[in-house]
Design a protein. Structure first.
Length: 109
């Protein structure tokens, strides 16, 4: 024992415990916090641009992906826009790639 009453092995144990606690805290923060990369939403078609390969949707919340809003999305394939017209009530699939949102499917509801 030293004058303060703490041994070297006690200091080493305390240091190891602190490092372990810090590591566990960081692992808990970084683990499952990523947003999903895909989801399904419901909304109304506000606009369609076949030339730009875009669809504008006034949609409700897409759980875990984004809140309700009006947003213009790129489409993954121009065929997604076939038969889709403004005012239509739809269910749609959205995918996130490199921070950009793409509609990959549209169905009437």
């Amino acid at each position: 024992m030293t004058r303060s009453g703490i041994t070297r092995s006690g200091i080493a144990s305390l240091g190891a415990a602190l490092v372990l606690a810090l590591g566990l805290s960081l692992a808990a923060c970084g683990g499952g916090s990523e947003a999903p990369t895909q989801g399904t939403g419901k909304g109304t078609v506000a606009g369609v641009s076949v030339e730009k390969q875009e669809i504008t949707l006034d949609h409700g919340e897409i759980p875990g992906v984004m809140g309700a809003m009006v947003m213009t999305f790129s489409v993954s394939d121009p065929k997604v826009l076939e038969g889709v017209s403004p005012g239509a009530k739809v269910e749609f699939d959205v995918e996130v790639r490199d921070g950009e949102y793409f509609v990959t499917g549209v169905r009437p509801r």
